[in-house]
Design a binder for this molecule. Structure first.
Ligand code: MN
Length: 734
């Protein structure tokens, strides 16, 4: 024993290590678990870092390198491998000293240089708005995971130490950094299961952002300490007594929850500190998994469990790897007590999250990375979305993230019994997209536990889900309203965007050809080489589509090539003049729509949303094709909002009695007389059926009915009547 200690304290040449390095070494388990070469590696990194930062000081006046040592110490406590610890010692070398990434690679290894480089890249960013900044930050962090998740772990330790030493900065800067930690780091740490780091960060954030409440709690908590300690002792007494004979090797931990989470409970329950009881947690750690359940049984035999608070995350781990049994029971005197039961390994994972993977795998980082990849598939998915969708706006991006970061989870099964983890409130459609994007795009319904359920129904933990697809199915924008996963959202959006582009392209071609004929330049146009380059478009299709989508006028494009055709005769009108003259041109009430008191317009109805009387509508002025009327909620209008001068108010004219074609999709369980009942129901409203087709797929029937209705009210009545008939699952307007 004495020899082993001496072994560690003395460097190979017999002199002593500095105390701070010695501490890192002992936290890592000393030479014995590190190996002589591992120890030598970390020691070289220490010396290199110390020399590189020589002469630099922190705001606190301490030598800069103390920060690097602290960061390495945090990671050593988490039992990370020697390469990560070394990278922590060097994490600011490339950014703040004269050394380059190449120097580090030459001196140490490619793996280490990559880690340092990853951390450096995460820190040099320039931002605009707060939201932009957050989004950029998140995106960078997540993409860095694609290479090596340890980059994030180092960055977390770096941030944690900076938060611990924030008092040396001016107050404004303190608050800014605290907010960023709250918005970016804490949620990500949570998602990666790094609860210990997360709760320390949250308490530090809490100190800075809520100084009053925080110092109040610091005053109050010690006062209750004695009470709780006694109480927990009394609570555990009968259990410990019984456990002593079992040989489960149990250890007991109990402590206050983090200050921040106590504060949140007080705020959420709107209670003073004295009245909040759920602030103390008891943890029982045993050696074997089976023992967890025995302990659970024992606790429940002494105290009554609160049913809805029982959770078995051992049988169903959270997607971040968290495993534990959680139960809340009614303790002595009627106070609720939360008990967590888990094995030692589960406890490590619960505290350190993904970082725990390196603990027992020194020297085999590739295997760890694969292991983690498997466990944090959600992260992988998110990274995939990020890599394919580089044009999402900051806002959309934060939206995607929030969904994934803050939702609770449910566990559902495929027909083969495979588990899928989805956010709370997920629908069969989310499940379908989770299986494969093609399955999602063609999904028409699902059997949940053998019964057919509509696409927007909410799944529950334990549900067995079988997706029904059809080649003729196409996504529509109403799906976006109820799907919960970012995977589903981004896939649906992508599809719709593609669809819109096709439409714009088709329309753009028509307009262009017509205009070319008008100015008699069709031939010349054909001989132009790459006209899109002149106008700085990526390709010709994009240029033509911009005409169809109304982002450019055809004249503004053709005038570049045929200026003669556009001089004088007619002054080129600005967009708003154009709209005005168009409005003034004709006056008559057509097809039941009146436009700002003016009528006689060329009116058509958007094929994308098929509005009928009663729907809230707007008009969109198209060039040469009059006004198209869309539902207010229609995506086409949404995407053209940038061109406000083309959008005008329109109203349904009350007087006209006229019918409109509406396509209904009816999804139903197969049964006798289904078709007869549907048609009879429709006829009973005096509604004409234009066409009707039914397709049977297993025991699901998809019916497409085109009917002539007078308006929304009549349609709504019909829809609810249809829904009430036996076996009908959903009735949707297409
Ligand atoms: Mn740093």
């Amino acid at each position: 024993m004495a020899a082993a200690i001496l072994d560690r304290i003395l460097k190979p040449d017999g002199s002593k290590y500095p105390a701070d390095f010695e501490q890192i070494l002992s936290l890592m388990g000393g030479t014995r678990s590190l190996g002589a070469s591992g120890e030598e590696f970390v020691w070289r990194a220490y010396q290199f870092g110390k020399k590189a930062h020589q002469g630099q000081l922190r705001k606190s006046g301490e030598p800069y390198f103390t920060h690097c040592v602290e960061v390495a110490t945090i990671l050593a406590e988490m039992k990370l491998d020697s390469v990560t610890i070394s990278a922590a010692l060097l994490h600011d070398v490339v950014e703040d000293t004269g050394y380059t990434r190449k120097d580090v690679e030459k001196e140490f290894s490619l793996e280490l240089a990559n880690l340092v480089d990853g951390v450096t890249k995460l820190s040099d960013m320039k931002f605009r708005s707060e939201e932009d900044k957050q989004a950029v930050n998140f995106r960078k962090m997540l993409l860095s995971v694609a290479d090596d998740i340890r980059v994030i772990i180092i960055k977390f330790a770096d941030r944690l130490h900076n938060m611990r030493t924030l008092q040396h900065l001016p107050a404004v800067k303190q608050r800014r950094i605290a907010r960023e930690t709250r918005d970016v780091y804490a949620p990500l740490a949570h998602r990666l299961g790094m609860y210990r780091i997360k709760s320390e960060m949250e308490d530090l954030i809490f100190n800075i952002l809520e100084p009053k409440a925080s110092s109040e709690l610091e005053r109050l908590i010690p006062k209750r300490q004695a009470f709780f300690e006694k109480y927990v002792q009394k609570f555990l007494e009968p259990i410990i007594e019984r456990m002593e004979t079992t040989g489960f090797g149990a250890t007991y931990k109990s402590r206050f929850k983090s200050h921040y989470s106590i504060f949140r409970k007080m705020r959420d329950q709107n209670r003073p500190f004295e009245d909040v009881y759920d602030i103390y947690a008891v943890r029982i750690i045993v050696e074997k998994v089976e023992a967890c359940y025995s302990v659970l049984g024992l606790i429940h035999s002494f105290y009554t469990p609160i049913q809805e608070r029982f959770k078995d995350f051992i049988a169903q781990p959270k997607s971040n790897g968290y495993q534990s049994i959680q139960t809340t029971v009614v303790g002595p005197n009627g106070f609720p007590v939360e008990v967590q039961i888990r094995t030692r390994e589960m406890d490590d994972t619960a505290e350190e999250g993904v970082a725990a993977h390196w603990q027992y795998k020194e020297g085999d980082s590739k295997a760890s990375q694969d292991d983690i990849d498997q466990q944090v598939t959600w992260l992988r998915n998110l990274v995939d979305i990020l890599q394919t969708e580089d044009k999402t706006t900051s806002h959309q991006f934060m939206d995607l993230l929030k969904i994934d970061l803050y939702k609770d989870e449910i566990f559902v099964y495929t027909p083969k019994g495979e588990v899928r983890i989805l956010p709370l409130g997920a629908t069969p459609l989310d499940f379908a997209f989770d299986v494969h994007s093609q399955v999602g795009l063609h999904c028409i319904g699902a059997k949940v536990n053998g019964r057919i359920k509509p696409l927007n129904s909410e799944l529950e933990s334990g549900d067995k889900v079988e997706i029904i697809t059809s080649d003729s199915q196409k996504p529509n924008s109403s799906w976006l309203k109820f799907v919960k996963t970012s995977k589903a959202k981004s896939n649906i959006r992508k599809w719709i965007k593609g669809q819109e582009f096709e439409q714009s392209l088709r329309l753009g071609k028509e307009i262009l050809e017509k205009e070319l004929r008008k100015i008699r330049k069709a031939k010349e146009w054909k001989h132009l080489k790459d006209p899109h380059l002149t106008l700085k478009f990526e390709d010709e299709d994009k240029m033509i589509a911009s005409i169809g989508s109304g982002h450019r006028t055809v004249a503004s494009i053709l005038t570049k090539f045929f200026p003669d055709a556009y001089v004088k005769p007619k002054k080129e009108k600005t967009e708003s003049q154009f709209a005005e003259s168009f409005l003034n041109r004709a006056r008559r009430n057509t097809k039941g729509v009146s436009i700002q008191g003016i009528d006689n317009m060329m009116i058509s109805f958007g094929k994308c949303c098929n509005p009928i009387p009663g729907d809230p509508i707007v008009g969109f002025i198209t060039r040469g094709r009059g006004i198209t009327v869309h539902q207010k909620s229609c995506e086409t209008v949404g995407t053209n909002l940038s061109e406000k001068e083309r959008i005008i108010d329109v109203d349904w004219a009350a007087a006209r009695a006229q019918t409109f074609l509406v396509r209904l999709k009816v999804l139903a369980q197969e049964r006798k007389h289904l078709v007869r009942d549907v048609t009879e129901t429709i006829s009973s409203y005096d509604i004409n059926i234009d066409t009707l087709s039914m397709k049977v797929d297993g025991d699901v029937v998809t019916g497409l009915v085109v009917i002539e209705v007078e308006g929304v009210k009549q349609l709504d009545r019909l829809k609810s009547k249809l829904l009430a008939s036996e076996g009908v699952i959903s009735v949707e307007r297409e």
